[in-house]
Design a protein around this ligand. Structure first.
Ligand code: ATP
Ligand code: MG
Length: 434
């Protein structure tokens, strides 16, 4: 027997029984983002590798060891995007979008060669938001309000907001030096990753999960203490705004982000229900990035959320048992094959919200009803020789102990619209896209 081929490790199919949950998250996010006036942008999945080296940073985990990079047939180094911000900024510069403030969002797959585990995959999906040209902190607050509304709309109550500030570039340099000075005497006791980062990316040590390293960090200097007046004011206004708008948060002085480009505000939304991979959404300000990528200096802030992690959270709440169709059209007899397709078209013209499955491939009355039941549909519609003869359509509620009724077309439209709460399009405009 020929051996079958399987999906790549860490990359997953999203099967029809789960896809409803994905669509629910995507549709809800789109509605919330639209309500705040954000516009969607779509950029390629592949970019020149240089873009990520220059934005994410050479000494980050992503660029050092997680990128899917390859040479194309021309010998250029390209990479599958590991995140969405770099491409978004590139596109905004390339198309002159940064001349005025922009509120953008995107969604799609990202690729990182990580060790696959619960909540961590090699192809995963993000919804991301980027705002260009606004200094904040008002927009920082808006962005957090937007995420809080999204959790409410999704019915997620138990997320915790953590907040920190990374200061500006100069402040971070000062802090970096102090941190290294403090940690150097402990170098032998740091975990290996942190020891390496002492030379390359010391701020990331703050993020270490190693208990020994964490113990050492208890006495470390705090970035909050080296902030200048402007950065301090930014952070204080942000916190005061969140207080005024009743958004609860926790200041976490150890919160740093994995990417190099962040400054000032950083935040994460965290759940306790997903184990180690508890961050569902993370973001912050990156005022230097646009200039770093060749654009006119423009402040910016953004975040990205992991759809897989939200799917898992919502899936725990058992939200997936949602049938895919409302009605199943049973077709009996030779004439009914074509006539059932015609009837289905007429119904779809009049009831654009109706989800209607037509039985194709024949079968006995009993077999077709079995399929109708299995589809999850609420109603079976029946079109056989007898119905055709009399110009009527049978309808049977599959979820109630009720006999089949035979209705004319207009009555059927009215009954379905009423029972399923879907809109009716008047006959005159049917099929005209009105
Ligand atoms: P983590 O600390 O979990 O590795 P990160 O700092 O690398 O996260 P970001 O690059 O900020 O994450 O991405 C934003 C969000 O995207 C994360 O909070 C998470 O929800 C999701 N995410 C990141 N990497 C993965 C992955 N490999 N698989 C699934 N989701 C991911
Ligand atoms: Mg990561």
């Amino acid at each position: 027997m020929t051996q079958s081929i399987q999906a790549i490790r860490g990359m997953h199919d999203i099967l029809p029984d789960r896809v409803g949950l994905w669509q629910y998250i995507e549709d809800t996010a789109r509605a919330v983002l639209t309500a705040y006036g954000y516009q969607e942008i779509r950029t390629p999945l592949v970019e020149v590798t240089e873009l990520f080296n220059r934005s994410i940073g050479e000494v980050t985990d992503i660029v050092e060891k997680e990128m899917y990079s390859f040479l194309d047939r021309h010998g250029d180094s390209l990479s599958l995007r590991p995140e969405g911000t770099a491409g978004c900024v590139r596109a905004a510069i390339e198309h002159g979008l940064i001349q005025q403030p922009q509120r953008l969002w995107y969604r799609g797959p990202m690729f990182r060669y990580e060790r696959p585990q619960r909540g961590r995959y090699r192809q995963f999906h993000q919804i991301g938001v980027e705002v260009f040209g606004l200094l904040g902190p008002d927009i920082d607050i808006e962005m957090i309000l937007l995420t809080a509304r999204l959790w409410r709309s999704l019915g997620l109550g138990e997320l915790r907001l953590e907040l920190n500030t990374l200061g500006d570039n100069t402040e971070r340099q000062v802090y970096r030096a102090r941190l290294v000075e403090y940690l150097r005497p402990y170098a032998d006791r740091l975990d290996p990753d942190s020891r390496r980062r002492l030379e390359t990316n010391p701020l990331r040590i703050l993020d270490s999960k190693d208990p020994g390293t964490q113990e050492i960090l208890v006495g470390a200097p705090r970035l909050l203490d080296v902030l200048g007046a402007e950065s301090r004011a930014h952070f204080e206004t942000l916190c005061a705004g969140l207080d005024a708008l009743a958004i609860a948060y926790r200041i976490n002085p150890r919160l740093v982000r994995g990417l190099d480009y962040y400054n000032r505000t950083v935040f994460e939304w965290i759940t306790e229900q997903l184990g180690a991979q508890g961050t569902v959404c993370a973001g912050g300000r990156y005022d230097g990035l646009i200039a770093q990528l060749g654009g006119r200096p423009t402040p910016a802030i953004g975040f990205a959320l992991g759809i897989e992690r939200l799917v898992e959270l919502l899936g725990q709440g058992n939200r997936s048992a949602h049938p895919a169709v409302d009605a199943y059209l049973v077709a009996l007899g030779e004439r009914a094959d074509i006539e059932s397709l015609r009837l289905a078209e007429r119904l779809r013209d009049r009831l654009p919200g109706l989800r209607l499955l037509v039985n194709c491939g024949g079968g006995s009355f009993k077999a077709q009803f079995k399929r109708a039941d299995k589809s999850g549909a609420r109603f079976a519609l029946v079109l056989g020789e007898a119905e055709l003869e009399r110009g009527l359509i049978g309808i049977k509620d599959l979820r109630a102990p009720e006999d089949q009724r035979d209705l004319d077309f207009e009555t059927l439209v009215a009954v379905l619209a009423d029972e399923l709460s879907v809109n009716v399009v008047m006959p005159a405009s049917a099929g005209m896209g009105a």
